[in-house]
Design a protein around this ligand. Sequence first.
Ligand SMILES: Nc1ccn([C@@H]2O[C@H](COP(=O)(O)O)[C@@H](O)[C@H]2O)c(=O)n1
Length: 308
Amino acid sequence: MTQTQGRNQCLSAEIPELSKCSVLMRERCRVEETIYNMQQTGPENLQVISDFDMTLTRFAYKGKRVPTTHNILDNRLLIDENCTKKIKKLLNTYYPIEIDARLSTEEKLPLMVEWWTKVHKLLMEQKIRKDLLAQAVRESPSKLREGYKMFFDHLAEQNVPLLIFSAGIGDVLEEVIRQNHVFHPNVNIISNYMDFDHTGVLQAFKGQLIHTFNKREGALAHAAHLTELKGRQNVLLLGDSLGDLTMADGVSNVQNTLTIGFLNDQVEERKELFLNSFDIVLVKDETLEIPNAILKNIFRTPRCSKRT
Ligand SMILES: Nc1ccn([C@@H]2O[C@H](COP(=O)(O)O)[C@@H](O)[C@H]2O)c(=O)n1
């Protein structure tokens, strides 16, 4: 048995969760080698970059779709019935395009800009009040994935930076994690933030629009500000879309990257694409069990190699 095979066998025993049938890997050996390397260099060299909607939040709960940060705003406190109808119609038109495995990213790009622009314009017309956002989040069926507390708390305890990179709405996202008591100091967020006027009424969205397929530009633009991430050579990346794979493009000197893709919808149509793109694919897994098991292994001391 080679040294690598021995190490990998050791890792398989340490992370039995990776053997579940909902966990798919194109190159199991590469995954094990990457986790081993991350474990060897420890939490001080790790950073986690994650998408938010349908990655840190559930896709569905009790047979119903869980709202994204955009859809949490669908509350009479904030928007009227007519606006709800228009936003739902746009969702039904553009979401199938977003996840269509037959279309290229280039084909999807202008349509995503169209979707986000139309919805943001409708939201601005509603004169949404900042002081009502927290209540709308409280009243929404929004749900972080099972295991979220362990995920956020362990990263904070180990001083591992967590960058949440979302094409959703930053103000709503912040409120969701605040109300779940996991908005720790190690969390940074890149997202679409609302711009309120002096009376607290939505008047615009700040900065460059972020949609599912332009995260690379956002990553490069924000890289300079995120100084605490410099020198952290290992990246654990979580997403639910191929567009999320560019979220780490602003990180320099990366040594080891492990990507985990949540395959929530259109499973058969997208399985091949996901398997060719993410290191680990989680099929209809509504939990953070696998990221938590990998993190636990990386944070564990003494390290495996010292025992073999
Ligand atoms: N009007 C919209 C626009 C987008 N969405 C969904 O939100 C997701 C974006 O957020 P991430 O945290 O995943 O980057 C995206 O996947 C869209 O499906 C929406 O629900 N309504």
